[in-house]
Design a protein around this ligand. Structure first.
Ligand code: S3P
Length: 182
């Protein structure tokens, strides 16, 4: 596939801004944005937290893998998978093969503030040891996952900058990359 037609795939921990940045990039690049959690919710007619509660995480990861494989192969999209999609080596390989993978990062305190601000129930953060705070849980899971998130084509810290500045950084990087490949 020609590089310019590849879908942009935004990976990263919960609350790093995948959907927010994805929306802005979609508008600027005149592309369609697909949030894979939304696709799962629509197809299963169930909230993500209900899928975890009723069928368990393993079943959710299967659904996530299936939907990722279907969408990653499509050209010209902005794809935002859930924060755990990058954990499977198979998923990372599919993303790298078909898309351009951009990894978003943020400081744990910033992630905490963002996930507390929205009403989405995130089972991975609710699943805490006795006495463990949400911040400690974020730090723990983030540390475990960083090696997976690092396997991206480009990494972006979303802690301090506005979504417009972040989008401009991505667009500049894409332009440089296209120039190098021309
Ligand atoms: C998950 C992240 C969530 C959602 C599910 C599991 C994770 O998506 O897919 O709750 O394991 O990190 P967001 O990253 O969009 O919050």
């Amino acid at each position: 596939m020609k590089q310019v037609n590849r879908s942009l795939i935004l990976i990263g921990f919960m609350g790093t801004g995948k959907s927010t940045l994805g929306n802005v990039l979609a508008e600027k690049l005149n592309r369609q944005q697909v949030d894979l959690d939304d696709v799962i919710v629509k197809e299963q007619n169930m909230a993500i937290s209900d899928i975890f509660a009723r069928y368990g995480e393993a079943k959710f990861r299967e659904l996530e893998h299936d939907v990722l494989c279907r969408y990653a192969a499509k050209p010209g999209l902005i794809i935002s998978p859930g924060g755990g999609a990058a954990l499977r080596a198979e998923n990372r390989a599919v993303m790298k093969e078909h898309g351009i993978v951009i990894s978003l990062w943020a400081r744990p305190e910033v992630i905490l503030e963002r996930v507390n601000r929205d009403s989405v129930v995130r089972p991975v953060l609710e699943n805490r040891k006795p006495g463990q705070s949400k911040l400690e849980r974020i730090e723990e899971v983030l540390a475990e996952r960083m090696p997976c998130y690092r396997e991206a084509d480009f990494m972006l810290d979303t802690s301090d900058e506005s979504v417009d500045v972040l989008a401009a950084k991505v667009l500049a990087w894409l332009e440089d990359r296209a120039g190098e490949e021309a």
